[in-house]
Design a protein around this ligand. Sequence first.
Ligand code: KG4
Ligand code: ZN
Length: 338
Amino acid sequence: MKILAIESSCDETAAAVVEDGRRVLSNVIASQVKEHIIYGGVVPEIASRLHAQAISGVVKKALDDASVTIADIDAVAVTYAPGLIGALLVGVNFAKGLAFSAGKPLIPVHHLRSHIAANYITSPGLEPPFLCLVVSGGHSHIVTVNGYTDLTVIGKTRDDAAGECMDKSARAMGLDYPGGVNLDRISAEGNPAAYKLPRPRVDGSKYDFSFSGLKTAVVNIIHNAAQKGEDVSIPDLGASCIDAVTKCLVDNTVEAALEYGYKKIALAGGVSANSVLRRKMTEVCAENGWELYMPEKNLCGDNAAMVGAQGYYEFLSGNTADETLNAYATMPIDNPSK
Ligand code: KG4
Ligand code: ZN
């Protein structure tokens, strides 16, 4: 089954053709990073306009690269939630128009579910059940993937997401958007023990995260140093920040794996590209004899191949939409509605 998938939840306009959920026939991404860089983050209004401008060409290229036409496509999958509402609406409306004019089924796909599905492409042998740490710019979840469309959230952030914490810390350090990526790069030579940062635990819910205090601590170090006329080593502060964030992520995931008895662990979302997170998870999984699955780096960030992968399993479980499909800025991963 060939699925044409469309993604426009944030600042990447993407389209892909994916066969049977695992085989990527094409994967096209038009990034808007250059347009948002001067603002230090994504400007939603600009994102929507750029999606509207790019989407037809991106979808055409995805079909061309896969050497297919719309007639060869069995269904159209689209990210419909969560994300920037104006951005999502561009993809949803385009997908609806295309699906209904071509007489193809329309499959609504939850953005975080698709991040998890990036692992099905990278690791063709991976099947549920497994435990997944989903870490993106807007979300930090620990999820049990009981089946392809049956998920349970067992931990999540109470405030900032891991990616948001790194992005805002990076911005305070004077690094360009996208902060997390630049923080990872600049921190490679830094000393992670140079600055003492909090590793917050959430009372009463041991798998939940809280990153806003950590971000504030980074900002305070920078402001205090500026007031005293002292220098801050950005590589050292960046490495300390990444160390603190990844320690929270890894510790909670390990505890959840032990308590729930999972021996298969996956990472997903933009932050799963982080080199320290990948290294630490590789180490703890090797120590415990667990299998670790990580999307290859070019599938960690937003792309449409992962939407095509998850779309296939949503279709198999009967999850299609009609012409009333809407987009939603928020939507739970474990019990999404249309
Ligand atoms: O999943 P994603 O591409 O978009 C959302 O769904 O939010 O995640 C974007 C997030 C951003 O916060 C970005 O800074 C972060 O992923 N990110 C990284 C790295 N690459 C992307 N954070 C840390 N280290 C990286 N290498
Ligand atoms: Zn994402």
